[in-house]
Write a protein that binds this ligand. Structure first.
Ligand SMILES: Nc1ncnc2c1ncn2[C@@H]1O[C@H](COP(=O)(O)OP(=O)(O)OP(=O)(O)O)[C@@H](O)[C@H]1O
Length: 230
């Protein structure tokens, strides 16, 4: 076991009705580490990510974050942890279409009761870091897929999270755009010292990671010892 894990799942199981999605899966990530989760469709990758992020609670097993049990926290504490310590990037950005790009990036700070002026200054600085400075006033429907994912990255990083969860972040993009998006996600997360857990089918995305694990039939194969370490 990795003793200095920032986030870890220990033997977690989760079923949906009679369908077991995870069967005693174990996984850990250290601070600042970039970890890729690969595996066949339906093997349990997204369920594992959601359990690690406290979106789902496992039926059994334990999830620990920063020395504290996460899966036994009540809903409101888990929501607060997600808002303050975690960032999320999904396949289709999941930006709020009624809001401008800048509003979308400022939103997590405003929800955390940051002062408006600070929230908008920080949003603007993240848009600049993602080479999106000119697009702040646009609605998200007016963006390309790659631009939308970069806005989603800015929104994920703006709260300075300890862990970024990314589920197929490049799945809807062509390969060149996907590479650029992934480079920016990993590069900026490294600058910020945030860990990244990325679920992907794409070996080129996994190649950006420090370590790769494979989920099969709801289990993580070789979670600690022989994950592919680069
Ligand atoms: N909300 C749900 N309700 C019912 N079954 C679900 C639900 N979410 C996942 N499952 C089932 O749990 C299993 C694991 O699903 P999961 O989405 O975690 O796999 P995955 O490896 O991420 O798949 P993919 O690569 O296709 O996204 C599958 O059999 C799936 O059908």
């Amino acid at each position: 076991m990795i003793v200095n894990a920032l986030l870890r799942a220990e033997g977690i199981s989760r079923s949906f009705g009679s369908t077991p999605a995870l069967r005693e899966a174990s996984l850990s990530v250290t601070a600042g580490e970039v970890l890729a989760i690969m595996g066949p469709s339906g093997s349990g990758k997204s369920t594992l990510l959601h359990c690690l992020a406290g979106i789902f609670t496992p039926d059994s097993g334990e999830v620990w974050f920063d020395g504290r049990r996460l899966d036994t926290l009540d809903d409101s504490r888990r929501s607060e942890l997600r808002r303050t310590a975690f960032g999320f990037v999904f396949q289709f950005g999941q930006l709020v279409p009624e809001l401008t790009v800048t509003d979308n990036v400022a939103l997590p700070l405003l929800l955390g009761r940051a002062r408006r002026k600070d929230a908008y200054e920080r949003a603007a600085s993240w848009l600049e870091r993602l080479e999106l400075a000119g697009l702040g006033g646009r609605r998200t429907a007016e963006l390309s897929g790659g631009q939308a994912q970069r806005v989603a990255i800015a929104r994920a990083l703006v709260t300075r999270p300890r862990v970024i969860f990314a589920d197929e972040p490049t799945g809807a993009l062509d390969s060149l755009t996907g590479e650029h998006v992934m480079d920016q996600l990993v590069g900026l997360a490294r600058e910020e010292g945030a860990a990244v857990i990325v679920v992907t089918h794409d070996a080129r995305v996994a190649a950006c990671a420090d370590r790769e694990v494979v989920v099969r039939d709801g289990k993580v194969t070789d979670p600690y010892a022989s994950g592919i370490v680069r």
